[in-house]
Every structure is written in C-alpha cells, then in structure tokens.
Write a protein of this length. Sequence first.
Length: 382
Amino acid sequence: MVLEEVVVVANRVESNLMETATAVTAFDSGMREQLGIENAQDISARTPSLTIAPSRISIRGIGRPTVALGSDPGVGLYWDGVYNTENDVFSYSNFLDIDRIEVLRGPQGTLYGRNSIGGAINFISKQPTQEWEGKVVAELGNYDSYILQGIASGPVTDKLSVLAALSKIERKEGFQQDVDSGRDYDLAESTYGTVALTHDTTDRWSNSLKVYTRDGSTTPENPYVLDAFSTNFIPIVNDVETGTQLNFGGFFPGESFVNTLQGMTRDNPALRNEKDVSIDRKPFVDNERDSAIFISDYDADSFALKYTFGYSKFEYASDYDADLIRAKDSGLDWSQLELAPGLPVSLLTGYTFTPADTTRPFSQSLRSPRMSCSLSATSMAI
C-alpha cells in the first residue's frame, strides 16, 4: 500500500504534510469523499481539539468568546488566503469546489496575524484544469431532502482556463413541529454558485480570479424547554442577611427580565413530545454572501511574489419566538409587575396583559475588502 503525498500551505508555502513542523490536520477532496466528510460536524469529528458551533469555532478550547457576528474570533478562517470572521463557509455546498481543508492547531499569529491565537483553518479552492472534466451529483434523503450539484472545468484558450460550479441543497421537512399551526421547523436551503478563471500570462506570471455567491435560508428549531412551565408569580425577594430587595415583582432575582410563563394557561407540549412547540413567531435565519478573490503570482529564479485581494459582502438576519409560547395562552398580568413599589409596569407600557409577542430579532451587514502581498525566497546563489 502506497500512501499518497498530501501537500499543504500551513507555513504559507507548499510543503509535504509529513515534513511540516506544525500541528495540522488536512483533508483533500479524495480523503473527504472516502470518509464522507460534507459539513462542519464531519470535520470536527475527525480533527483533534476542534469544536465548531453556530457563529463560533474553537481549537483546544480557544475561540470566539461571544456569538456576535463580525466580532474578533480566536480561530482565523482563510479562503485562498483571504481572511474571514464567519464560519458560514462550512454550509455552502458540501465543499463542492474546495480542493483541500487544513486545520492548524495552536497559536498562528506569526504567520497569520491577529485573531489566530487558537489556530487557523485554510480552505484551498479547486483550480481550473488543462483538460475538460466535470461531475454531477444528485442525492435524495429522508425529511424530503435533496442535493443537486454540478462542476465543470477546462481550457478556453491556450492560456485561459475556467471552472464553474452550481449547488442546491434543501431539506423541506423539519425535526420540530408547531402543534397549533402544523408548521415544521429546522428546515434548510442553500444555493451556491462560483466561477473561477486562471490565466497563465507568461511562463512565470499567472493570474486567477474567483467569484462566488451564496444564498442561505433556514427555519431553525425555536429554543424550547423540556420541563414543566414555571407559571407561578415571582414575588419580591429580599437578601436574607441585608434585607436588600433583589428584584421587582414578577422579575427573576438579580435579572432585568420577566418570567413570561407566569400565568400560563396550558401545559408545555414538549412534555408529551420533545419535538413539539407552540409559538406565535416563525423562526428564521437568512444569510447571503457575495465574494471575489484575485491572486497574482510571479515566480522568479530566486524569489516568488504573490499579491492577493479579496472582497466580501455578508448579510445576516434572524428572529425567533423568545417567550416560547403563544400570546393567547399567556396569563401574565402586567399590572402586577412593578418597576418600584407602587409603580406598575402597566402605567408606562399601557399593557394590562402580555403584549402580542416577544421576539429576538437580529440583523447585520458586513463588507470587507482585504489585500496582502508576500515575498518568499525559493533559493539563493552566492
């Protein structure tokens, strides 16, 4: 049995994986196909010390301390050398146009700069080929899910080659159900397309351009509890030692939010089936990304010069039912909630009972042009 050589760019230059002095795990396209790796969970399961969750990645326990989009992560993500803060790349297209994924463990600040104290993850794209080739993927699964994908690559002229790929992934039935509306939650849809061009301008100079777009839409599971609802009114609580008031009536001690389940008139449907909820607002997560990567390489006898430019526009919006119930089932009496003794909340809000709904909307837009230039010596003659 002969082991295939795996080439990585963990140290910013191509080298054999076995000769690279870095704690790195690499997955090329052949290995991913053999192991059935298609998403973030598959990568995490086969990479030591790597944890991937929505909006955050950690290596050896070091990662983004919050789930705020656009905030500084502790693990840097790089697609063809272009930095990115978000991990939506893992859910684009089952890595259809990705040639290799590299996970570098441990501080990588020397080579990769800020936001890589936990490590870095490299995504290296498939390059246009010198002969025409292609692949079509069609899959059907349970929960009314399907995958339709196609990728083609080949020469246009003696110097210009092109690669084009298109992917559609969708799951139409969910794992969670609203017992009142009959709606399914935990649905997913992702449409992805890319075009890459490579131009061998001279024997030493080459230029490449990659543009891609992704439109993702999910109806995620709404947060819910498996225990019986706590429906009792929360009284004012005083510290047993000092007598200091710890909360307003109806509010959790030491917290600034109210227990919206007080006075609830029906049982928690999750007690009968953990997949059931009863809510007003249909949860959603929508995200779109439009990106471009331009790379110019010049290879001389004694040095190599590389210029990289990247642009990315990321749009994100989400919402879910934060009170976990329908307003019509709530018996929360806002006249009992006091901001101060004798000052009920209802005098300020005008609400006698609970408002129509309590939700948790969020939206963000990011635009990030990035560029870099590197010079590396390949050999020196004296």
